[in-house]
Write a protein that binds this ligand. Structure first.
Ligand code: MN
Length: 357
């Protein structure tokens, strides 16, 4: 039984579009909204799955059942650990007339790139670290659509942690509230995010956010976000109060422990604001390099000012990323202060993370 059809693109046969995007943040959501707008312009039935790396097995076995579907994957990276799962699902789908478009900005292994490009039906793969995923999606699918342009801008503001657009910061918190709420109640994250995704895809930010009133149009969501922010501030003040500092190679390095319900981006943003720090301790200065340690032993790296390369620092802890934000791994631990001393010692051994700009 021939499993594979001839690899002619079945463009004419394609009737539906499946969007698979990252559920964790605004970038993933905005990417899915842009893909949805694209589906509308092509009159394709649309379905979205918002997911995270832990669920790849489930997602890609669902993909294997698809026929004559354009599958657009956004804001999700691939490394060697998941190649087999992904390849199996995609190969089956392609043999059933599907086409693959993958748009991302994370780190990919060479093997993962080779695998995607070797698939049938002319796969499209765009990976670019200089943009967020929604920007790439916008450029590739709908460069002239105003709402997609806006969504890409919103995603850029949060993904690069610029925090210049109030609505973008608010949407970031809304995504967290909705995700944590779904996880708590053990309901599906995609289902919970669907109302917001629908409105973003229909009308862009004006579908969810009232710019004049500086609030969400959905008053319940607005209340949940306000409450979440208050709780978050409390937690962050507490986390920062327990910081450990050391000056290394002339740079102030600070380690904080992240409590549950907060991300290293939350802490990084809060701790880079001098006013926030003054409210905890008038003597506390913004650190040049901030490391946030999660309870699972993951490390987030953020810089308070130029002169530090977070990616180089993260590399010393089996990680990587950008000069302004990166991630790495410490491993499970018990004694926070012992971890700090260990981290300080590691950072003192190399100057690779210090730049003279
Ligand atoms: Mn992203």
């Amino acid at each position: 039984m021939p499993e594979e059809r001839k690899s002619e693109p079945n463009a004419k046969k394609i009737t539906s579009l499946l969007s698979i995007s990252h559920d964790k943040d605004v970038d993933g959501l905005a990417s899915a909204a842009i893909v949805w707008r694209y589906a509308k312009t092509k009159n394709l039935d649309f379905k979205a799955i918002l997911t995270d790396y832990g669920s790849f097995e489930q997602v890609f076995s669902a993909i294997a059942k698809k026929r004559d579907t354009l599958i657009i994957i956004t804001d999700l990276g691939m490394d060697d650990t998941i190649i087999d799962i992904v390849q199996k699902g995609l190969t089956k789908a392609i043999s059933q007339g599907c086409r693959i478009v993958w748009l991302d900005h994370h780190q990919w292994s060479d093997n993962a790139i080779k695998m995607i490009l070797s698939l049938g039906n002319k796969p499209v793969l765009k990976v670019n670290h200089e943009f967020c995923a929604a920007e790439i999606t916008h450029k590739v699918l709908l460069p002239r659509d105003d709402i997609s342009t806006e969504l890409a801008k919103i995603a850029h503001d949060t993904d690069f942690n610029l925090r210049e657009i109030e609505a973008a910061t608010a949407l970031t918190d809304a995504v967290s509230v909705i995700r944590f709420g779904a996880i708590d109640k053990k309901v599906d994250v995609t289902d919970s995010l669907h109302p917001v995704l629908t409105k973003l895809a229909e009308s862009g930010m004006s579908g969810v956010w009232d710019n004049d009133a500086h609030r969400f149009k959905d008053s319940l969501l607005n209340k949940r976000v306000e409450h979440y922010r208050k709780e978050k501030t409390k937690k962050m003040r507490k986390a920062l109060a327990g910081h450990s500092d050391q000056v290394i190679h002339g740079k102030l390095v600070r380690v904080v422990e992240i409590p549950s319900g907060l991300t290293s981006t939350d802490i990084g943003t809060f701790a880079s604001n001098q006013e926030n720090l003054n409210s905890i301790d008038p003597e506390l200065k913004v650190a040049d390099l901030l490391l946030s340690l999660s309870q699972g032993g993951m490390l987030g790296f953020r810089r308070g000012r130029d002169g530090v390369l977070c990616n180089a620092a993260a590399k010393m802890f089996n990680g990587g990323g950008h000069p302004y934000a990166a991630g790495g791994e410490y491993g499970l631990y018990e004694d926070f202060q012992a971890v700090c001393d260990d981290i300080f010692l590691t950072l003192s051994k190399s100057k690779a993370w210090v730049s003279e700009s």
